[in-house]
Design a protein. Structure first.
Length: 124
């Protein structure tokens, strides 16, 4: 690679994160494990190069899941199915006003704060 040449790591990462990390590791090996030079060529910081090396050490260059490990207040699948069935049966949806929504009345229960979000997720 020519002196001063740059590789756009962010564009590579948008296309394929695992391949972008592999490219950084290959360049790092070809330049004699010079962390600063590798970071400069890819336009990233040295800690990012160290993070990539740590991922290689674990043996997984893929992205981690961003989903939370636990969701203690998540609506159960049974209640979610009941809400969706009531929505489909009554064709009502939660209104934007803070009063008791007709959908909750058809379920015969107090509306949960997440009722609007739950119905919105199911209709997307």
């Amino acid at each position: 690679m020519q002196h001063g040449a740059r590789i756009d790591y962010k564009t590579l990462r948008r296309i394929n994160p695992e391949a972008a990390r592999r490219a950084v590791l290959e360049y790092l090996a070809s330049c004699g494990h010079n962390i600063a030079e590798t970071a400069r060529v890819f336009g990233i910081t040295r800690p990012v190069v160290y993070d990539i090396l740590a991922k290689q050490g674990v043996g997984n260059l893929q992205d981690r899941s961003r989903a939370p490990h636990r969701q203690p207040y998540k609506t159960s699948a049974a209640v979610e199915d009941q809400v969706v069935a009531a929505k489909n049966k009554t064709r009502l949806s939660p209104p934007a006003t803070p009063r008791r929504p007709p959908l909750a009345e058809s379920l015969g229960r107090q509306p949960a704060p997440a009722l609007c979000g739950l119905v919105r997720r199911q209709t997307l």
